[in-house]
Structures are given as C-alpha cells and as structure tokens.
Design a protein around this ligand. Sequence first.
Ligand code: ARG
Length: 562
Amino acid sequence: MDRNEQIAALIDIEGVTKEEIVALLTTPKDLAFADVALPCFRFAKALRKSPVDIAKELADKISADLPPYLLSCTALNGYLNFKFSRSNMAEETLLRVLDEKESYGKSDIGAGKTICIDFSSVNIAKPFHIGHLSSTVIGGALSRIFKTLGYNVVRINHLGDWGTQFGKMIVAYKKWGEGADIEKGGVKALHQLYVRFHQEAEKDESLNDLGRHWFKLIEDGNEEALALFTQFKAVSLAEAKRVYDRLGIEFDSYAGESFYNDKMQPVLDLLEEKGLLVESDGAKVVEVGEGMPPCLLVRSDGATLYATRDLAAAFYRKKTYDFDKCLYVVAYQQNLHFKQVFKVLELLGEPWAKDLEHVNFGMVSLADGTMSSRQGKVVYLEDALNSAVEKARSIIEEKNPSLENKDVIAEQVGVGAVVFGALVNNRIKDITFSYDKMLNFDGETCPYVQYTHARCASLIEKAGGFDVKKADFSCLENAHEIVSAIAAYGDMIRAAADKREPSVITRHVIDLAELFNKYYIDNRILNAEDGVKNARLALTFAVKQVIANSLALLGISVPDKM
Ligand code: ARG
C-alpha cells in the first residue's frame, strides 16, 4: 500500500470506494496546511450534510486513533487535511530511495499498453537544424517517461524522405555535383546543391520539369534514380545519427514517408468505397467540415501528399503495433494537418481514430534572430551543440581549472544545457535560444541542477560515505519540503506522462535543487553530530539520486564533479 492508499483506508464514507477516495486526494501547494487533503464537497448531496460537517466528523473520528505516520488530521473549510509525521515520512522516503536507487520513480501502471511516439522525423537531405530540436528532445523525454511507467513504447522516426525535392537533388547532383564528395561533404554539400538548384531554376524553368521527371523515376523504381536517392538518404541519416548519439536518442523504426509509397492505394480505395473521396478541380479530396479546408489527398497530376502518407502510416501502425495511443510530436504549425488527418480516419469510422494525438510545441528562434531559413542562414543542430559545449568548456576552465576530464564534462554540460533549455517551459511556448541563458550556472538551467548534483556527490565523498542505520531522522523536520519533493517524484512522472509535458520534470528538479541549496546554506552537514550527520547525508544522497533520475528521463547525464 502506498501512502495515499493507507490514508484512504482510514476514511469511511458510505457508498464511496477506496479507489474513488485515492483519486480525490490532492497535494496542496502550501504544505503548511496539509501534506494530503480530501475535498469533501462531492459527498454533500448523497450524505445530506454540509462538506464542513462531513470533514469535521471524519477528522474527529480519525484523530481519536491516529496512526504513527500521521502528525495530525484536521478539518478546514470542507477539506479533510492530513499532515504526515515529519520524521516518519523522512525515514520512509529516504530509505526507499536508498533501496531503489536508479529505479526510484519506476512503476508498472502502463503494463500491457502500447504507445507509439512519432518524433524528430527529420527531413532527409535537408539540414538537421535547431527547428527539429524540440520534437527530438520532447519525443525522447516522453518515450523514456512512458517506459519508466511500464508502457511498451515504439519510437518512430517518420523520416521526410519523399517528394519532388529528391528529383531536384538528383538533377543538381548530376549537373554540378557529380564527383563532388557527398560522403565527405555530408548534408551541407547536399543542401548547397539544393540551394543552387533553386537559384538556377529561377533562370531556367525547365529544370523544375526535369526535377519532377527524376522524382517520377524514383517513384517508378528506376535503378539509377533509386541508387542516388538511397545514397543521399544514407549520407543524411549518418549525420542525423551522430546528433542522436550525442542526445542519447534511439528509434525502434525509421519507417519514413517513402516507406508508405505502396501503402496509400488501399486507403484511397477504402475512402472511395465509403464515398468520402470527392473530385475537386481534378484533385481528390475529403471534405472534413468543421470549418476546415478539405483534406487534399491526390493532386490533379496523380501525385500523393504528406497527408496521404500520414493516413497510410496510421493504418500501418495500428496493424503492426496495435497501439493504445499514437502520439505525434510535431510543431503547432501542423495543427491543421493533424486535425484533418484525424478527422478523415474518424469519418472512415475507425474506432482508434480517437487514440491519435498531436503533441504540439512552439517555435525555436535564436536570440540574435539568425534563425531565418529564408536567407539560407539555418543553424545546424550539431553546430549549436558544438557551440554550447565550447562555451561550457570555457566556463569550466574559469571556474574549476584543475578539474579532470574537462572534455567529457563540457560535453555533458553543454549538450545538457541545450536539451534542458528546450524542455524547461511548457512545450507550447516559443523558445528563444540563448547560450548565455542556458549556460547560466545560477539560473533555472541544467548546469545549475548538474552543479547541485555534483555538490551532493562531493559532500558524500568528503564524508567518506554514511550509515543510514545511525541516522536520527527527527533532525529532518526542517527538511520537510525537500522530503516532500523527493516523495512526489513518482507523481511528477505520472503527471508529465498524462500531460505529455516533460517540463513537469524540469520544473520539479529545479525546485528540488533550489530547496536543497537553501538547506545547505542553513544546515551544517559534515560537521554535525553523528546521528544528524548521517540523516543529512541520507537526505543529500536522495536529492542526488532524484536529480540523476530526473535528468536521465530527459536524456541528460550528470557529472559527479564540475
Ligand atoms: N518531417 C516533418 C517535418 O519536418 C514532420 C513529420 C511529423 N510526423 C508525421 N507523421 N507527419 O515537418
């Protein structure tokens, strides 16, 4: 039984189950009132009593025989308020963290459920720029969060590897790039060819026709066209994987748009059969209503579209993975696209259409305004990571010149700062990317949290370890907020999953670090008397562990020294 179940077991209300009570228990913002509270308003009608009276009667009954883990049970304004015995809760919570370590926070509430997460989904042969940062790190964090809760998670990179741009790439490559070392020049070389194509096509319209021609050849499986397409794709993927490695991101499937080339017709046939596909100026569309423009699925020249492939992908995923939920971590610019696609599936009467969900997020731009692809001045994610690492390195050099392994730590700090910076606010908010802000050791940043972790590690090391059996937990009464934050970690993971919002974890870990740093200023840890020292070190250890576990969920490593 966990704490809330124990509490629920104390509360007898006619016609209300223990499960219902557990679901109603809340944690107030201000721990001065209660650690857990039960609002009694819901029961007034059935019991024909005022919530104030209900709370009062329950409080009297429970207080008369208070279990040792409770400090008090009182009634206030229709709420039944429970306060935990401070030292008892500290002991229980810290022992649990010490026992479970990396597993602390794990649960099996998702056991038997499958969740597909479509994220990152970069466009092949285009630069992997910071516009794809959010999808990559939000999706990565959500996949780890759901895994920790026991879900079977399928991580899908729906590569943008289809479209006339690949025909254009081939034309450009054959005209100006052949012999150029694409393998060595990588995506940058490919992108330059693409930019050149557009410059030349402005002068010579026929290049566009040629591009379409070559794309048709790819579609038809022409050998030369396919070979080039495959080569471009391999070069781009190798580069993307370098970035994924640094971010600790992995996928279970790279089935991108091209994968659905032969899987769209059955969907179109089904739509036709149900009379949903209508002709409009030679094109084929589905009227989706609700004030939305029709969903265009086949152009008048017979070409299929992004939406057509997403429909085929949804069917394929349902058939292959039998998901309970399928999340699409994609920028809010595509709100309409997903509404249309989901609506088409609903119109088809697919019962699982309701399980598809667009997890949207805001835009990333640079503080100095350089994120304008119009001027061809995109910022490659890899370059951004390198800059952050370089800056981290110079800060470390200044703060701690004798530190060992500076390169490894600079990588952890620099990459961590970028990832954390993209996850620190509600995902729907636009982000202004600023190295100074992300790498500020005193802000709501990754280095601040990592530094707190290193401080905890160094305290424990200086003490030469600790013995929890000798801990006097009664000295932790003034650490109740920290203990509560540690105890709430599991709830935070569940809330992050429910809201599809990794920022629940980033905010919580920042709060925890701030609470500990305040505590550290006011309470001597190393020079305290034995019982106190061991209790405070156990607390330090638990803080360190929860920071490490939180950052691991976000894909960030934690140095022991920095
Ligand atoms: N490649 C697309 C883009 O960069 C994102 C794909 C998202 N996933 C999907 N199933 N449509 O805009």
